[in-house]
Write a protein that binds this ligand. Sequence first.
Ligand SMILES: *[C@@H]1O[C@H](CO)[C@@H](O)[C@H](O)[C@H]1NC(C)=O
Length: 399
Amino acid sequence: MATPAGGGAALCGPLLDYKTEKFALTRNRRVGLLHRLLQLAVLGYVLGWVFVVRRGYQDTDAAPRVSVVTKLKGVSVSRPEDARRRLWDAADFSRPPQGENVLFLVTNFIVTDRQVQGTCPESPSVLDGICMEDVDCSVGNPVVHGNGIKTGRCVMFNSTHSTCEIFGWCPVENDTLPRKPLLAEAENFTLFIKNTVNFTKFNFSKGNTLQTNDPTYFKTCMYDPFFSPSCPVFRIRDMVEAAGETFGALALMGGSISVRIEWDCDLDWPAAHCQPRYSFILLDRRYNFRTASYYWDSKRQHYRSLLKLYGIRFDISVHGQAGKFGIIPAAVSFGTGIAFLGTATIICDMVLLYLDAKADLYWKEKFEEAKPPKGKKAAAAEAQRAGQDLGDAQQCALE
Ligand SMILES: *[C@@H]1O[C@H](CO)[C@@H](O)[C@H](O)[C@H]1NC(C)=O
């Protein structure tokens, strides 16, 4: 083994030895081909999927800080059955007025003017309000799902229905809905959505509005996924249709639409490549609520105007993720890729040792059996080698 002429380094053999692996080569074409195919598949997966599609070499931030500001615009004149014109502008048909990420646009309504507190017959559309005689209306009980407290009398509502008399806001609401939406012009109203995302991990901010010096740009443009994707002004009808519904159907009974803004930014590219994508999903087909305005007339009578509003509720949510090259994720992805290459060898070994016709032969070649030494001569040679190793170690320590 080590000779004195080999110098000091050779004497420290066990420490500085490099043991390279020994391979058994076979010219088995089928397993060879399988091995190459597996390597190709792993390489394709690592390069194509992990690195190109999933961008595994990047650090990601999937929780941006977002802000959304909205504004509805448009004017509509409604003509309810009683032929009184009523003008609706942005302050009337959008609620809440601040422009939040959840907003409501009125498209249809039932108005009950001049309600005062007093007694009147309950509406026949309320089941618990229908009666045949006074005993059906027990005094002091509220009408279930109704509008007031029973006074104990059963009265005629009209020629065909008799209902319990109630104490409440009178007259009660007549809840027959107009057959056509009263604010049909709302289909041409516009919704301006201003959205900013901030990826704090990369200290990167971007808005969805075009950086432009033209002050009229946002007043004249209209969003279109192909022709003007950077205009954040959306026509209501376009949004409803993108959600898979017609405006007329949704405007009548109201509904709820989710507007999703998705940012998927690769910050290894210039910031201009980081653009939002919009999608619209119909969430619900019915939406309404009631609201009232209160007045005192000249005789100090307290009364109110009740509005039952039907309309479209927009729910705007922002999702985003950004990625930028990072040395640690790149190293981890690379390491996993290399480790995956090892599985090709394991699978080929399995095929060779268990499935091949000449498995026995390969088995013998691959595994050498360690046999115990036979006879005194071998034992002596072993002992001598051990002694020499010890000598080497001592010499190494002395240097
Ligand atoms: C909406 O605008 C289009 C064209 O801009 C027009 O043809 C249509 O009549 C308008 N809708 C309503 C209800 O006014």
